[in-house]
Design a binder for this molecule. Sequence first.
Ligand SMILES: C[S@@+](CC[C@H](N)C(=O)[O-])C[C@H]1O[C@@H](n2cnc3c(N)ncnc32)[C@H](O)[C@@H]1O
Length: 311
Amino acid sequence: MAGREGDEPVVPRSYHGRTMVETVRSARRPWDRAGILEESSPQRLYLELLKGVLTRYAFGETKRLIEPAKGTRQRLLYLPVKKLLGALGVQLVRPVRFDRGAREIGIDWPPDAETMIGLTGLDMLEYCATDVLRLKVPGDFIETGVWRGGAAIFMRAVLEAYGDRDRVVWAADSFRGLPKPDPSHDTDVEDALWRYPRLAISLEEVRANFERYGLLDDRVRFLVGWFHETLSTAPIERLALLRLDGDLYESTMVALEALYPKLSGGGYVIVDDYHAVRGCRNAVDEFRARHRITEEIVQTDWARVFWRRER
Ligand SMILES: C[S@@+](CC[C@H](N)C(=O)[O-])C[C@H]1O[C@@H](n2cnc3c(N)ncnc32)[C@H](O)[C@@H]1O
């Protein structure tokens, strides 16, 4: 996850000498050398509209559920109050300021939106997914770490838009949040994300989100459980698109080890947190060095990268 907790995301002010929002706006999609996202067609209009809706960029968000982190004193006080108010049909919410710049580059944790990867994250996903369809690269699409499902919903939408009838979208998650960090990975040890209830989204909620967009069918398959339990034995034959969004060193490494060997030549690996989370970057760099992967890493915004497997 590239984003930040809270309503006022801390956007680093300088990125190659300019603010990140300025950089992304002025140089949106310079990596789209094939001009895929320039095209104007009914499919692209549908996908553009979907980006605005899945991120809520199109209409903003004004309130957030109050949910103190696990293991805090506030949470002990909060749980009985939540239960009492719940029985009366009342939710604990507070007003939030909607930051369009943050949502554009996917740096905040949205109250309601189905994805936190922002417009730039969905742009590069569209680019990679459309390119493999255009070039007929064989294989399914997978996201490891789906949260509310938005990026995986978007993958299914790309297949629908371009009339693909064969590929499957795999959605892998614990559906109960991040694991407690394994102390043997020193970059993960301090990570507190497992404490955040708002990162623990149930399978029922994710299925309902797919359904909301008319995109839940037998070509969406859920891999439920910790990655180390599900990914290596998943009945996946081939992949054309591998989107990694599990944040931690361990989550990234387990996914690469289990799934990279199944990625077709011409397929893409997308890493959501390469420039945002040190553990994630270490896992990618170690994996690439160990397997002598030299394909160019392309940075598409402040956090996200992809590379295209050549061989
Ligand atoms: C940042 S969120 C993903 C955001 C999402 N891709 C989106 O479009 O907004 C990270 C997700 O990874 C999942 N996750 C992280 N590590 C995991 C692991 N080792 N096993 C299973 N799920 C994991 C969490 O449950 C969480 O839903």
